[in-house]
Ligand binder design. Structure first.
Ligand code: HEC
Ligand code: HEC
Ligand code: HEC
Length: 234
């Protein structure tokens, strides 16, 4: 009995890691280029929660506010936390740019140009095809998004906090911290403030998934319990 259980655990673990290897290998994350918030304009439009809220957050203007016009404007040591796409592949539209200012959507969600292509003409079926897929088969739509390189911490990584800690710190003597402030992240508070989820078709589908489907789609379901918190009302 016990041996059976151990075997199952081992086998289950192997199957899961095999799946994630296959999943990662199909992602185009490495090929995608950064397009800036302009490429996320559907989300930035009026009435759209991500964009509206984002504009009020300091992520959206931290470069202008803290670095622009100072000696550190182009200092890579500062840009790694106050800017996006530092030394990464940026769309040709931004000729010669070595970075994009501020903590833009893509700083956390990955370079977006492959996703933009998908949205414009999914499988050569025109501009409404992806919208249709989002309605009809939200899980497949999400897989396509992630295969195109999109990320959400807590789905593509084990926890959301890992991502925040790339630029934040939880103790005043942390090594990776801003030399200009002693503020420390209170993770729960910061998550709450930055939380920009809302209930989409996919969230309704996820709630009703069978155990078999949960296994099938494990790679694109939230792993982090924070992502199962109730949505904020707005
Ligand atoms: C490890 C990431 C990181 C690095 C590196 C970094 N910053 Fe910051 N910086 C932050 C964060 C995060 C905050 C806000 C902290 C908070 O609100 O919890 C901040 C805040 C600031 C502030 C506002 C301080 C205040 O309290 O008014 C200034 C100014 C600033 N940074 C400038 C710089 C400059 C200049 C550099 C390079 C010399 C730099 N930062 C490097 C992450 C970083
Ligand atoms: C690419 C770097 C980067 C990452 C990743 C990052 N932050 Fe920040 N964050 C900053 C910087 C820089 C500031 C400082 C803004 C300022 O004061 O100019 C900041 C400030 C904040 C603030 C306070 C400012 C406000 O608008 O109220 C919150 C809250 C916050 N971050 C939450 C988060 C959370 C939650 C995560 C993880 C999901 C996260 N951040 C990930 C760079 C980052
Ligand atoms: C500091 C990192 C960070 C930045 C900047 C950021 N996001 Fe997010 N985003 C996350 C994380 C983490 C989640 C999942 C949990 C949450 O909402 O905080 C998420 C969730 C989402 C979701 C899923 C929402 C849902 O309904 O489930 C969308 C869509 C999204 N972000 C779009 C955007 C757009 C558009 C921007 C720019 C305007 C943006 N994000 C900026 C980290 C970020």
């Amino acid at each position: 009995m016990l041996r059976g259980r151990i075997y199952k655990l081992l086998f289950g673990g192997l199957a899961i890691s095999f799946c994630s290897i296959a999943f990662v290998a199909s992602a185009k994350a490495g090929e995608a280029k950064f397009v800036s918030n302009a490429g996320c304009k559907c989300h930035m439009s009026k009435g759209c929660f991500e964009g509206e809220e984002y504009k009020e957050r300091l992520h959206s203007n931290t470069w202008e506010k803290r670095l622009q016009g100072t000696a550190d404007e182009d200092n890579p040591e500062c840009l790694k936390c106050h800017a996006t796409a530092v030394d990464k592949k940026i769309s040709k539209k931004f000729k010669d740019k070595k970075y994009l200012p501020n903590v833009q959507c893509e700083a956390c969600h990955g370079a977006g140009d492959e996703y933009v292509k998908l949205k414009k003409n999914y499988k050569g079926k025109g501009k409404d095809a992806f919208k249709k897929l989002l309605k009809e088969d939200p899980l497949l739509a999400r897989k396509e998004q992630y295969d195109a390189g999109l990320l959400v911490a807590g789905i593509t990584s084990n926890t959301v906090k890992e991502q925040c800690l790339e630029c934040h710190w939880e103790s005043a003597d942390a090594e990776n911290k801003c030399p200009k402030t002693d503020k420390v992240m209170d993770y729960k508070e910061y998550f709450k403030k930055d939380d920009h989820r809302d209930e989409d078709d996919i969230d309704l589908v996820i709630k009703k998934l069978s155990d078999a489907d949960k296994k099938k789609w494990a790679d694109i379901l939230p792993k982090d319990d924070m992502l199962y918190l109730p949505y904020r009302k707005h």
